[in-house]
Write a protein that binds this ligand. Structure first.
Ligand code: DQA
Length: 146
C-alpha cells in the first residue's frame, strides 16, 4: 500500500529561502518538497504538492484531495490564524490533516497563538524548521498504518 499524501502550503511560503530566513531558515520550498518527497518514498508514501497564496485555491485543493489522497500535511501560513473557510474545508473532507509550521508559533506574537484549524486536524507539528514537514508526514503515515 502506497499512501497518497497532499503536501499543501499557503500564502508566502513560495517566498521561503529569502523570506525572514532568521525565522524560517534559508531552504526554498522546492528544497523542502524534495526532502519530503524523498522521505515519503522511505515511508511508503507518495506526495503531490500544491502551494497557493489564495484562500479559495487552498479550499479547492482540500476538496480535490478527498478524491485521491489518504491524508494531508498542511501549512496554511497566516491563514492558520484567520480562516474559518479552511477549517470548514478540512472538516468537510474527512481526511486526516496534520497542521504543520516551520516556526514555533506559540513562541511568537500573540496573534499567532490562535489556530482556526487545530481543532479539526489530526495533530499539529511546529518549531522544527524543514523537519516539521518530515515529522508531520511520519505522524500521518503511522496514523494511516495503525
Ligand atoms: C507559519 C507560521 C505562520 O504564523 C506564518 O504566518 C507563516 C508561516 C510557519 O510555517 O511557521 O506564514 O505557518
Amino acid at each position: 500500500m502506497t499512501w497518497q499524501i497532499l503536501v499543501l502550503n499557503g500564502p508566502n511560503l513560495n517566498m521561503l529561502g529569502t523570506r525572514e530566513p532568521e525565522v524560517y531558515g534559508s531552504d526554498t520550498l522546492a528544497d523542502i518538497v524534495a526532502d519530503v518527497s524523498a522521505y515519503a518514498v522511505e515511508r511508503g508514501a507518495e506526495i503531490r504538492d500544491v502551494q497557493s497564496n489564495s484562500e479559495g485555491a487552498l479550499v479547492d485543493a482540500l476538496h480535490d484531495a478527498k478524491a485521491w489522497a489518504d491524508g494531508v500535511v498542511f501549512n496554511p501560513g497566516a491563514y492558520t490564524h484567520t480562516s474559518v473557510a479552511l477549517r470548514d474545508a478540512i472538516a468537510s473532507i474527512e481526511l486526516p490533516v496534520v497542521e504543520t509550521h516551520l516556526s514555533n508559533v506559540h513562541a511568537r506574537e500573540e496573534f499567532r497563538h490562535t489556530s482556526m484549524i487545530s481543532a479539526v486536524c489530526l495533530g499539529v507539528v511546529g518549531g522544527f524548521g524543514r523537519n516539521s514537514y518530515l515529522l508531520a508526514l511520519d505522524g500521518l503515515v503511522r496514523h494511516l498504518s495503525a
